[in-house]
Design a protein around this ligand. Structure first.
Ligand code: NCD
Length: 304
């Protein structure tokens, strides 16, 4: 069922696909922590094609592969490849496909991962395509929520920040609506959730301009960075930079059990003092990227 599957947008995964991924990820946790050894992916090669900066996504895919005994090749600086000689993305993908068993791609253009999937025989996993989607981040986000609350249905989840250009919140909003969460959106007026994402959602979210409106009721705050690199005009960025921030003061008004998540990197959306509060989950969330990607790789390679 999973073998050979491309994972380009969150819509490529059904609810039962997600449940299967979470089940396998759970088993992977001790291996991800290095407590148990595994050779499950011995002999398999992952090609990491990173056309945009990345720390967590690229490294956690690498860690996932190494923890399971597999190997990784690829690039994180496309200027060192033949792309700089004018090779097309399609040709680069065809070559990397021939050198590996599975491709992970991050690219500044929306739709690049879908194009790669069309040219590659092997499974292609989207690690972020411009302001499009970031499905593997969504899987680890939902996994984090499940680790904390054991369910998603009925939870009040507030997505905060750059909902327009942030690809993590695009995939996440769709998945959360499918799983029955009550979704609240908080963003500057110019950075609202795009209409095409709202139309893909099963339920209508509640839209707010100020986090104050939901501070006492939310179970999960999912905070995002303003995606500066996607602003066509830098003066537009300056207008919204720093327009919301989770301060220590604000956390005092949250539910006792509320958690704060962030896909990271953070710039100034969450003050550093919040890190040591009982609400902070963003570093734990980043760790879950490893077992989730281990599960995903094992499933698309057909060994689980
Ligand atoms: C995100 C991304 O690249 O979309 N980072 C990540 O993968 N954890 C979020 C961001 O860059 O703001």
């Amino acid at each position: 069922m999973f073998k050979g599957k491309d994972i380009v947008s969150i819509g490529d995964l059904s609810k039962s696909d997600m449940e299967r991924i979470f089940e396998v990820a759970e088993e992977m946790i001790p291996i991800a922590k290095g407590e148990r050894k595994s050779d499950l992916l011995k002999g398999y090669i992952l090609a990491n094609l990173f056309f945009e900066p990345s720390t967590r996504t690229r490294m956690s895919f690498e860690a996932a592969m190494y923890r399971l005994g597999g190997k990784v090749l690829g690039f994180s600086n496309p200027s060192s490849t033949s792309l700089s000689k004018g090779e097309t993305l399609a040709d680069t993908v065809r070559m990397m496909d021939a050198y590996s068993d599975v491709i992970v791609i991050r690219h500044p253009l929306e739709g690049a991962a879908r194009l790669a999937a069309e040219f590659a025989e092997n499974p292609v996993i989207n690690a972020g395509d411009g302001a499009g989607q970031h499905p593997t981040q969504t899987l680890l986000d939902i996994f984090t929520i499940l680790q904390e609350f054991a369910h998603v249905e009925g939870l009040k989840v507030t997505l905060v920040g750059d909902l327009r250009y942030g690809r993590t919140v695009h995939s996440l909003a769709i998945a959360l609506s499918n799983l029955g969460a009550e979704i609240h959106l908080v963003s500057p007026r110019t950075l609202k959730m795009p209409g095409h994402i709202l139309r893909e959602m099963k339920t209508s979210p509640e839209v707010h301009e100020n986090i104050e409106e939901v501070i006492e009721i939310s179970d999960v705050f999912y905070v995002t960075r303003i995606q500066r690199e996607r602003f066509p005009d830098p003066t537009e960025y300056m207008k919204v930079a720093g327009s919301y921030k989770i301060s220590l003061e604000l956390t005092k008004r949250m539910k006792d059990t509320a958690i704060i998540m962030h896909p990271l990197p953070r710039v100034d959306e969450i003050s550093f003092e919040v890190d040591k509060t009982k609400h902070a989950r963003y570093f734990k969330q980043a760790f879950y990227g490893v077992p989730i990607r281990m599960a995903l790789l094992s499933l698309v390679l057909g060994v689980m």
